[in-house]
Design a protein around this ligand. Structure first.
Ligand code: COA
Ligand code: MG
Length: 291
């Protein structure tokens, strides 16, 4: 999934608009964008939304961002929304693989209660929202087969650090957030799950947003979260590999398949060996998964 659009779970209007935004996935939010007094109403609205949105023939994946495990709100969130059969849960403030397993156990119970396939609900974690979470990044590997993706966040991390800002004057992230970003990328790849880049809050700055998408793709992220519908087509465009790139990947895979004894091949004046073949295979695997 290239684009994941956040939609506050207490806004009927935005939920409806989100469905038509062209995102590969919606992150329906019960956490930070919903005030405490609105949580019960947001849970009920989200459940109804899931139940009706699931029926559409072509729809985005539907994930729900629940409240963090240490808030005491997670169980009530899950009790309310699991009857709506979300495709996945986005876990904020995750501290590592043990939190994934904790959530997985909660999901297994609700799947049984709601007649849902065992293990079917996927998990994506926001993995860098506190300083200690950054040290837990290596523990996602082998945590659970439910784990589908890792993403990172600079807003809550800067609050935990007591930092003055997380962005520099030119809009780029300050070095400590780039460290968290890069560690998330490494952790996701090492866990064999999708690395997703963080949100870009300044939703009127298209040029800055586009630049950040291109940098993320360059480094190996395969998707980015959006907070506004206008960001979705840009993400989809940038994270869809161009036709020439796909064609070239096919050519590389074929060249090695046609020459099984060759470790190295020359193609169009370039040396290709195992890492090039791996990269080509990875790209083709990515596009074969529709979302
Ligand atoms: N999902 C769906 N629809 C959205 C949307 C979103 N995330 N953000 C904006 N829209 C809708 C607006 O309701 C508006 O609809 P309308 O034309 O029918 O009135 C339209 O898109 C244009 O919105 P705009 O006026 O440009 O922005 P806004 O001031 O209404 O909203 C935010 C700005 C930031 C409040 C809004 O984008 C938002 O709620 N984003 C998600 C926040 C969130 O979930 N944060 C948690 C993760 S960090
Ligand atoms: Mg937050």
């Amino acid at each position: 999934m290239r684009s994941q659009l956040f939609v506050p779970g207490d806004s009927e209007k935005k939920l409806a608009k989100g469905l038509d935004a062209g995102a590969d996935c919606l992150f329906v939010d019960l956490e930070d964008s919903v005030a405490n007094a609105n949580k019960p109403a947001a849970r009920a609205m989200t459940r109804q939304f899931l139940a009706s949105a699931r029926k559409a023939e072509r729809r985005p994946l539907l994930y729900v961002r629940v409240n963090a495990l240490d808030t005491g709100l997670t169980d009530a969130d899950l009790d309310a929304i699991m009857p709506g059969a979300p495709d996945g849960i986005l876990l904020p403030k995750a501290q590592g693989g043990a939190d994934v397993q904790h959530l997985a156990a909660k999901l297994a119970v609700r799947e049984a209660e709601n007649d849902l396939p065992d293990g079917g609900t996927r998990i994506c974690c926001v993995a860098t929202e506190t300083a200690s979470a950054v040290f837990g990044l290596a523990s996602y590997r082998s945590s659970s087969r439910r784990l589908a993706a890792l993403t990172w966040g600079a807003e809550d991390l800067s609050a935990d650090l007591g930092a003055e800002t997380n962005r520099l004057a030119d809009g780029a992230h300050a070095p400590v957030y780039i460290l968290a970003r890069n560690m998330t990328l490494l952790a996701a790849v090492s866990a064999g799950v999708q690395p997703i880049d963080t949100v870009y809050p300044n939703f009127r700055d298209e040029a800055g947003f586009r630049r950040e998408c291109i940098e993320a793709r360059r480094d190996g992220f395969t998707g980015k979260m959006a907070i506004h519908p206008a960001q979705v087509p840009i993400i989809n465009e940038i994270f869809t590999p161009p036709a020439e790139e796909i064609e070239r990947a096919r050519k590389i895979v074929k060249a090695f398949a046609d020459n099984p004894a060759a470790g190295v091949i020359g193609m169009d004046g370039e040396m290709l060996d195992k890492p090039h073949l791996e990269r080509a295979r990875k790209l083709l695997a990515r596009i074969s998964v529709a979302r």
